[in-house]
Write a protein that binds this ligand. Structure first.
Ligand code: FAD
Length: 489
């Protein structure tokens, strides 16, 4: 049976292993860590369980699809609850706004709290739904690097409608035009962070992201986000995929025919097909160091990174929900720091995720597991130890003020993740969360293709290549790769 080697057991690597096994390939996944999932992993501390990376789960049908393809009932492996509240927003003046998943309820809440007519939000969400429907076929589901893509009826239709997609206007400019109210604009601008971009630069087409929460709906997996990794690894293993942990690939072997295998410490593995789920920058710089690299693509600006404090908190907070945002007063200055000066704003927007709201066993009784995150620039050699210290103090002061209690006194245990450790644990260049940023009008066309145009038998999946970062797009990258790869029969 022809053999495929997948480098990395990130969510895309796992998904592509499932798809290739179903196409008749013998698949080996080589993972540098001693656990699967890459960014989508978990850890435990002092009786608390934390999802280490992603906390927001959208487009669950893309996970289900993998089980269905394999002829399994997804519900026998993986379950999730649809959220009725997408996010709770706290503004510095004390306004608290519930973004209900249901568009009508959300619009009514905005009218009640901000005095903006409900129709404004309803229209904005409908526009997001239209943008999503028009563009998913071209920007998300197919290779942008194959001529055949551009001859499809749905793609031609999307191209005709390009002017309506607001490629020439920023998300922020579009939101100001349509929503006007500064608090509402800030709420919708925040969707740029769902792929690590800057709402003041990213094109208005990305306003479609709101549709993922208020149209398709956000979810929470039973057992936490780690259940996505665990259930997909279980499925892959049932299909005969072999996962080898603690195996760091050093080089992709190349012969006259293209990629022919991989080299690890002290050994080589021959393969008929090599798929790299490693970030595309180190894939070229380290694994293909002797090959010409697509410099323009590799130099594309990266998405933002994150600074996360995982706190075991010795109390419960009924005023918090699963996803909570504490906005800054000056969003523009915050993004100028992240993408311009590469520094941290004095008043950061803080995200607090409490999975124990849905999974009580994630924290000891009467306590909560807080995942406290701020968006930060990528790792450019800043003094992160100093930045962590100052950010911790700022975050504690802000949360203590807005929640009316001394949070520092409630912290039972603490772990920290920063751009350096994200980079070290997952090989993600500069510690970016989502690969390349979407801050340019045509960013989608500047991501690396899902295949090598120079080397036969070499493919790429994951957040740093087309169609981009985030769990849903990573899963779609695996689908695109499997459509490009021939069946092994
Ligand atoms: P990665 O997760 O990057 O994993 C790559 C794997 O390859 C790693 O396990 C690594 O060890 C392995 N590897 C690399 N090099 C080698 C080598 N040479 N040999 C062997 N193995 C190698 N997305 C969402 O959808 N929702 C969210 O809420 C969300 N929040 C996030 C919060 C944080 C803090 C982070 C870090 C990310 C977040 N994301 C979110 C983004 C999402 O996690 C990623 O886009 C996605 O998980 C990336 O998956 P991937 O397949 O690209 O691989």
């Amino acid at each position: 049976m022809p053999q495929a080697v997948v480098i990395g057991a990130g969510v895309a690597g796992i998904a592509v292993s499932v798809r290739l096994a179903l196409k008749g390939w013998q698949v080996i996944v080589l993972e540098a860590n001693d656990y699967p999932g890459g960014k989508l992993s978990e850890f435990k501390h002092d009786g608390f369980r934390f999802d280490a990376g992603p906390s927001l789960f959208t487009m669950p049908m893309l996970v289900d699809e993998l089980f269905r393809l394999a002829g399994r009932d997804p519900r026998a492996y993986f379950n999730y609850a649809k959220l009725s509240l997408a996010c709770r927003y706290f503004y510095t003046d004390g306004t608290v706004l519930d973004a209900h998943a249901d568009p009508q309820q959300f619009a009514a809440e905005v009218e009640a709290k901000l005095g903006v007519p409900a129709q404004v939000v309803a229209d904005h969400l409908q526009a997001a739904a239209r943008k999503y429907a028009l563009t998913k076929g071209i920007f998300m589901e197919r290779s942008l690097h194959k001529a055949s893509t551009y001859f499809r009826r749905d793609v031609l239709k999307a191209l005709v409608h390009l002017p309506k997609l607001h490629l020439g206007r920023s998300m922020h400019a579009q939101n100001v035009k349509k929503l006007k109210h500064p608090k509402l604009v800030q709420l919708f601008d925040r969707y740029a962070t769902y792929n690590g971009s800057n709402p003041y630069a990213a094109p208005g087409i990305l306003n479609l992201i709101a549709h993922l929460e208020h149209g398709i709906g956000a979810c929470f997996p039973k057992g936490g986000m780690i259940a996505i990794t665990q259930s997909l690894v279980g499925l892959a293993e049932e299909l005969g995929v072999e996962f080898r942990y603690g195996q760091r690939v050093k080089r992709i072997l190349v012969d006259a025919g293209g990629a022919s295998g991989v080299e690890l410490a002290g050994k080589t593995i021959a393969a008929d097909l090599v798929i790299s789920n490693m970030d595309i920058v180190p894939t070229y710089r380290r694994l293909l160091a002797e090959q010409p690299a697509p410099e323009k693509v590799l130099q594309h600006e990266r998405s933002s990174s994150a600074l996360i404090f995982y706190w075991g908190i010795e109390r419960t907070f009924p005023q918090l929900d699963l996803h909570n945002i504490f906005f800054s007063d000056d969003y523009a200055a915050e993004f100028e720091g992240i993408f311009g000066t590469l520094g941290l704003h004095a008043d950061p927007t803080i995200y607090v995720h409490v999975s124990a709201k849905y999974e009580p066993t994630d924290a000891p009784e009467g306590m909560e597991n807080w995942f406290v995150m701020i968006n930060v620039p990528g790792n450019h050699g800043q003094d992160w130890n100093a930045l962590i210290e100052v950010s911790r103090a700022r975050i504690l002061a802000k949360l203590s003020r807005l929640l009316g209690t001394d949070i520092a006194a409630l912290i039972r245990c603490e772990d920290v993740l920063d751009p350096r450790s994200i980079e070290a644990r997952t090989s993600s260049y500069q510690g970016s969360l989502y690969g390349a940023s979407s801050n340019r009008q045509m960013s989608a066309f500047f991501r690396h293709a899902n295949f090598s145009s120079r080397l036969k038998n070499l493919y790429f999946c994951g957040g740093s290549v087309h169609p981009g970062g985030g769990i849903p797009l990573c899963l779609l990258s695996a689908r695109i790769v499997s459509e490009l790869v021939p069946a092994a029969l």
